[in-house]
Design a protein around this ligand. Structure first.
Ligand SMILES: NC(=O)c1ccc[n+]([C@@H]2O[C@H](COP(=O)([O-])OP(=O)(O)OC[C@H]3O[C@@H](n4cnc5c(N)ncnc54)[C@H](OP(=O)(O)O)[C@@H]3O)[C@@H](O)[C@H]2O)c1
Length: 279
């Protein structure tokens, strides 16, 4: 059979399953397709595939490996896959800002793929990706100096744990007809069902890690411009899938002293210091 020998690491997660779906939908020319996850998932079946444990030995004989794992897992395993001879596309934040790792959206800066000396290619944060596609031609034509961006993100951005927490809280809310008074999971420090939390990632002072990433990644991809990016990004909304819209939010509010609002009741809570450590 002709085609690439491909692996997906993190294939049981939200992003890994989506990567598999897209490869299949586009009939990507793969002669081999191997799925990997942690030892917890060994033997699980995803369609016709059986999940294997990701390890150094697992990568030999693969040409292209897509990583959809937490940062710390990518930090450990991505170099092993590259050393085994594969080209790696990493969706985590582990290598995005390293100077010898191109940060690529094909529609924006495909030419950066020419310089990938470590055979590692990073993919930006999904907020950055959404913003960069329309901004790139504007920047090329006119030069962007300053950007103010707001984003509303669904719970799936926090991975399977985020999706599970939303559904557990929605079930409780449906049964009791009250908004949950405490989180039913570990993805968010506050209940997320029927809620919008004005922060994504960890907070450093009044700035969230999501905002810092969007600014830094945009600058890297758009060749150092715009000089000032004020990314007021990161409201986490109680909706499952990316692209879902919150009915009421807190976008545009000052980060300082920000409070989260229940969409229905108008009750306020203090901004939690840490929401989910991901993306
Ligand atoms: N969700 C998004 O919208 C989004 C967007 C852009 C980028 N990202 C990034 O993509 C990555 C994956 O996100 P996700 O939302 O898919 O997370 P997720 O749903 O929590 O899935 C994590 C995946 O990593 C695997 N994993 C965990 N520990 C492992 C280990 N030691 N060895 C091998 N595999 C391991 C898990 O396998 P088990 O099932 O066996 O635990 C699972 O398949 C993260 O870095 C995230 O920041 C996410």
């Amino acid at each position: 059979m002709t085609g690439y020998r491909v692996g997906i690491v993190g294939a049981t997660g939200v992003v890994g399953r989506e990567a598999l779906r897209v490869l299949q939908e586009r009939t990507f020319p793969a002669s081999t397709l191997k799925l990997f996850a942690s030892s917890r998932s060994v033997g699980k079946r995803i369609g016709a595939h059986v999940v294997e444990e990701a390890s150094r030995a697992a990568f030999h004989d693969l040409e292209l490996v897509i990583f959809d794992t937490p940062d710390e897992v990518a930090r450990e395993l991505v170099p092993l896959a590259a050393a085994a001879g594969a080209t790696v596309i990493d969706n985590s934040a582990a290598f995005r800002m390293e100077p010898d790792v191109p940060l690529v959206i094909p529609e924006v800066n495909a030419e950066a793929l020419r310089h990938a000396p470590r055979r590692i290619i990073a993919n930006p944060n999904c907020t950055t990706a959404t913003i960069a596609v329309p901004l790139a031609p504007l920047h090329k034509a006119a030069g962007l100096r300053r950007l103010i961006a707001c984003s509303y993100q669904s719970v799936s951005g926090a991975g399977q744990r985020g999706v599970d927490q939303l559904w557990a809280e929605l079930q409780e809310a449906g049964a009791s007809r009250r908004t949950p008074d405490r989180p039913r999971g570990s993805a968010f420090a506050e209940p997320i069902a029927l809620n919008v939390i004005p922060a994504v990632g960890s907070m450093r002072g009044a700035v969230s890690s999501e905002e810092t990433k969007v600014a830094a990644e945009l600058r890297k991809m758009l060749c150092r411009g715009p000089r000032r990016v004020r990314a007021a990004a990161g409201c986490r909304a109680g909706a499952e899938a990316t692209g879902s819209r919150a009915r009421r939010g807190t976008g545009g509010r000052s980060r300082r002293g920000a409070r989260s609002h229940h969409a229905g009741g108008g009750r306020t809570r203090s901004l939690p210091r840490r929401q989910n450590p991901r993306r």
